[in-house]
Design a binder for this molecule. Structure first.
Ligand SMILES: Nc1ncnc2c1ncn2[C@@H]1O[C@H](COP(=O)(O)OP(=O)(O)OP(=O)(O)O)[C@@H](O)[C@H]1O
Ligand SMILES: [Mg+2]
Length: 306
């Protein structure tokens, strides 16, 4: 495996750090370990979970708000936010409602209750943090994988659709004697710009880096390979991969079961080296307990970057 200092250089040189990968492989743990390590280095760091569970609160053993950036107790500059798509939707809906007010007779309120509004709303919040200027580092737990990005790319089409609708209905509204407000189109244009900029930011490898988290096992490797391809279709490169839960050699000591497991892992580690040649690859050992709390997360940060 290549030198771990490469991963350290990568996280120190980018502002937006995304962690993606199959369910349960350790995304939250690696994102939290990274955020804590960065904060310990003196960076003012914000960790954002874009996943509806309370995993961030459990990991840091303290409640982390769904609406307010919450300081994390660690004697360092770290805070957290757990975006809840359902709550985010409230913010989104009220903004859109405000923007479209007066047009409700022209397009019904159904626009605001399409099945994808939750995704749009979560992405909307996510977008606003891509414009954050308060923090040095923003760490995102659960990076949009290719699949969710496709869902999330809907707002772009959607805003285009709305602009078109407004244009087409302009003549109609004038004919019907409605007051036509040019400002509304301007607002929508601004919205579209925000989204476009966020996607540009995601794809800009001078500020953003995606780390794929995986296990030395068949299914997580296949899913990682697919996610790397999917992200590439959005112009997003994946520069690094963490291979989590590698069984440390020193615990094998003639234990046939662990030796078999480790031999299996060795096979997959070779496969990973071979299939992801251009990526920075970093192994993290399987710890003797599950990982939560600042002390354990610092151990993970140490394995990753020291
Ligand atoms: N290196 C490790 N050693 C021991 N336990 C680990 C290690 N990495 C992660 N774990 C444990 O594995 C479990 C899953 O980790 P985590 O919640 O970070 O995965 P995830 O990818 O975020 O899952 P989800 O897809 O559900 O969000 C947790 O209980 C965590 O404490
Ligand atoms: Mg998680």
């Amino acid at each position: 495996m290549r030198d771990g200092r490469e991963l350290r250089k990568l996280v120190e040189s980018k502002r937006f750090l995304f962690f993606g990968g199959k369910g349960g492989v350790g995304k939250t743990t690696m994102a939290a370990g990274t955020a804590l390590w960065l904060a310990d280095q003196g960076y003012n760091t914000l960790i954002i979970a874009t996943d509806p569970t309370i995993s961030l609160s459990a990991t840091f053993e303290q409640p982390i708000s769904e609406t307010e950036v919450t300081p994390i107790k660690c004697s360092c500059k770290l805070s957290g936010l757990n975006i809840n798509p359902k709550k985010a939707m409230g913010v989104f809906q009220s903004r859109m409602t405000g923007m479209l007010e007066g047009f409700s007779t022209l397009f019904g309120s159904e626009l605001l209750s399409t099945p994808c509004t939750e995704e749009i709303a979560a992405f909307d919040q996510f977008v606003s943090y891509m414009q954050d200027t308060e923090h040095d580092k923003l760490v995102f737990d659960t990076a949009p994988t290719g699949h969710s990005l496709r869902e999330l790319s809907m707002p772009f089409d959607w805003s285009g659709y709305v602009s078109n609708q407004i244009k087409h209905r302009r003549e109609l509204s004038e004919a019907l004697g409605f007051v036509y407000d040019e400002g509304m189109i301007e607002d929508l244009k601004l919205e579209k710009e925000r989204y476009d900029n966020a996607v540009k930011g995601l794809a800009d490898d001078t500020v953003s880096a995606f780390t794929m988290v995986t296990l030395p096992e068949k299914l997580p490797i296949e899913e990682s390979a697919r996610a790397v391809e999917d992200l590439a279709t959005f112009g997003i490169k994946v520069p690094s991969m963490i291979v989590n839960e590698v069984i440390p050699r020193k615990v094998l000591e003639g234990n046939w079961f662990l030796e078999r497991r480790r031999a299996t892992q060795d096979r997959y580690l070779l496969e990973i080296e071979d299939r992801f040649k251009s990526l920075i690859i970093k192994e993290v050992p399987l710890l003797e307990t599950d990982v939560y709390g600042v002390e354990n997360l610092r151990k993970i940060g140490g394995h990753l970057y020291d």
